[in-house]
Design a protein around this ligand. Sequence first.
Ligand SMILES: N[C@@H](CCC(=O)N[C@@H](CS)C(=O)NCC(=O)O)C(=O)O
Length: 210
Amino acid sequence: MTTLYADALWESPWVFSALVALEEKRVPYRTQVLDLDRGEQRDPDYVSRTLTARVPTLEHDGFYLGESKAIIEYLEEVFPGPEYPRLLPSDRRQRARARQILGWLRTDLFALRKERPSSTLFFSPATEPMSDRARADAGKLVRVASELVRSATATIFDEWSIADAELAFALQRLVVNSEPVPEPLGGYVAAQWSRPCIRAFVTQPRPTKH
Ligand SMILES: N[C@@H](CCC(=O)N[C@@H](CS)C(=O)NCC(=O)O)C(=O)O
């Protein structure tokens, strides 16, 4: 049996990535939510099983694995293409580039991520204007995305990959907060957002946020 441990608000970009990966692979799984505000991730049993005590965590046949990128790589190995839909490109250089994008989205754009948090995608938009640093991050994101995305219906590589989902999530930080996003990026985000594996995350029932 496979279980994905997720935040109860369903707003974590890293839970997003893990759930999209499971959906894309079309493997049966269940979800278990943890209320992070109440510290449920610090339950001693969860801590000892998961090592790093965060979400997402994947449990697969008794093996607990944290860190979304590790989860993606694990799912890709356990449920490999072409038997299962791929999460990463089959071409070596494209696969390396996809890993570059995943790594970059986890380690850069901090001001944008702080001022346009993922909660704004699913609850309410930001009310404060962006700082110069967040604006610089937004400019970098748009520049990189414009290099990668050639048309609204295109994918970054020859086939869809998890990098498309994560890039669309990052761009949504601008779209939902009415920041200008040039075409074809706006159309690309909309097209990605209608993909069934992504809809599965977007349509998760969420509690009301206070
Ligand atoms: N690098 C990790 C980030 C995971 C992460 O930041 N998880 C947050 C929720 S978004 C969390 O579990 N926070 C609770 C805590 O650290 O106690 C990944 O990619 O999975």
